[in-house]
Design a binder for this molecule. Structure first.
Ligand code: HGY
Ligand code: MN
Ligand code: MN
Length: 412
């Protein structure tokens, strides 16, 4: 008889956490290191302690539940997790599912009185979504976060300062948060796309995930009177920005499919009906499956931005603010996930991920793998993000089974 998680307990946790940071549009805003994020973290701490597990937090603000090995004090740690922070007005499964399913796996193993050769840990990494610094907590835990990244956070230094104060962490504690003695990392996540739903598979085994690069592009022209300044002589920063967005979209769709680009934020000033905009600042991000493709996209998009700036008689400042390498998942762990899915009678298929994840950080140091469960209509980063209770159970049971299979085959 296969051991299974307590589905009701897990769904109650998802419901309770899904109320923290609720927005008026029915979504969640628990932006990293915000007051709502801190509220979510304290809820998590309380749930961990109510569950009789050890609560742990580190110098990067990562928080976790720990079930120590009953067999070996200096056992390696089998890490599971994801992130409790969300995007603006996001959904209640992105990140939360991986953390809370990990917590449920620990409770289930503890309730079953299992004696495991690993410490089990369910972790939430700080700022996976990058509202301040992408993958900050997992990059710190992997020991790959740099001082330069901390000095140039894409969400701004003030936001980082404020966030560090809220979490009572410093650049020193963050840069010293590297974890040792980790055996492997497993992350359960919603697919955030429609491949599994369209193809009817229960479980997605992630083969690799996308790399991404983010830049601030600031076009600067000349503010002027929007009535008296003749149009031919304007140095309108928004004209340049708009032309760049259009041209970049066409370039990427024509030459780099299925790679993607996005401008998710734009700041325009001075900002009035009757002033020609003197500056426009764009948040540009692009993603692809290999470093070569990303290099090629870089080598086309940056000159394009400069060309357009010249064309509209604008200055252009380019500031790189995030650089995440594509990541290959561990073949052995993928096969263990596939075997676990089969044991539970669940169909599975291998998928590529165009979403980034904390697994990308851990993969640089230890064997790492991810499994997806279907997102209804592929909707994510949106209040309508939804995954069925059955799919939640499937994902958590495969995660549990994988932990058990790894424990059985682990001989010290
Ligand atoms: O942006 C992403 O791909 C992830 O949701 N942070
Ligand atoms: Mn996520
Ligand atoms: Mn996300």
């Amino acid at each position: 008889m296969l051991l299974k998680i307590n589905g009701q307990r897990l769904s109650d946790d998802l419901d309770a956490l899904g109320k923290i940071g609720a927005t008026s549009e029915g979504g969640l805003s628990r932006l990293a290191m915000s007051a709502a994020d801190v509220e979510g973290r304290s809820w998590f701490r309380q749930r961990v302690q109510e569950s009789g597990l050890i609560f742990r937090s580190d110098g990067a603000g990562n928080v976790s539940a720990v079930l120590p090995s009953a067999r070996q004090v200096d056992a390696p740690t089998l890490l599971m997790g994801s992130h409790l922070d969300t995007v603006h007005n996001g959904g209640r499964f992105d990140g939360a599912l991986g953390v809370l399913a990990g917590l449920e796996v620990l409770r289930t193993c503890r309730d079953a009185g299992l004696v495991l050769p690993f410490h089990l840990e369910a972790i939430s990494f700080t700022d996976e979504e990058g509202s301040i610094l992408p993958l900050m907590g997992s990059r710190a835990a992997a020991g790959i976060l740099t001082l330069d990244e901390l000095e140039h956070p894409r969400g701004g230094k003030d936001a980082l300062e404020e966030g560090m104060k809220r979490l009572n962490i410093t650049p020193e504690t963050i840069l010293n948060a590297k974890r040792e003695n980790l055996h492997a990392y497993l992350e359960l996540h919603i697919e955030q796309g429609a491949i599994l739903e369209d193809s009817g598979f229960d479980i997605g085994i992630v083969t690799s995930m996308v790399g991404l690069r983010s830049y601030w592009l600031e076009f600067t022209g000349e503010s002027a009177h929007a009535g008296t300044k003749p149009m031919p002589g304007r140095a309108d920063a928004l004209w340049g920005a708009a032309e760049f967005i259009r041209a970049a979209r066409d370039l990427v769709m024509r030459d780099f499919a299925p790679g993607v680009m996005n401008v998710g934020q734009i700041f325009v000033g001075p900002g009035a009906f009757n002033i020609v905009p003197g500056h426009a600042k764009l948040a540009l991000e692009f993603r692809h499956s290999t470093r070569e493709y990303l290099d090629q996209m870089d080598s086309k998009l940056m000159p394009l931005a400069h060309e357009i700036a010249n064309q509209f008689n604008l200055a252009l400042e380019v500031e790189p603010v995030a650089w995440v390498e594509p990541a290959m998942m561990d073949e052995g762990l993928m096969q263990t996930l596939e075997a676990a899915s089969k044991q539970h009678g669940l169909s599975h298929t291998r998928v590529f991920s165009f979403a980034g994840h904390d697994a990308q950080s851990l993969q640089t140091q230890i064997p790492t793998a991810m499994l997806f469960v279907p997102s209804v209509k592929g909707i994510s980063h949106h209040p309508d993000e939804f995954t069925t209770p059955e799919a939640v159970m499937n994902g958590a049971n495969v995660l549990l089974q994988t932990i058990l299979n790894l424990s059985e085959n682990h001989h010290v």
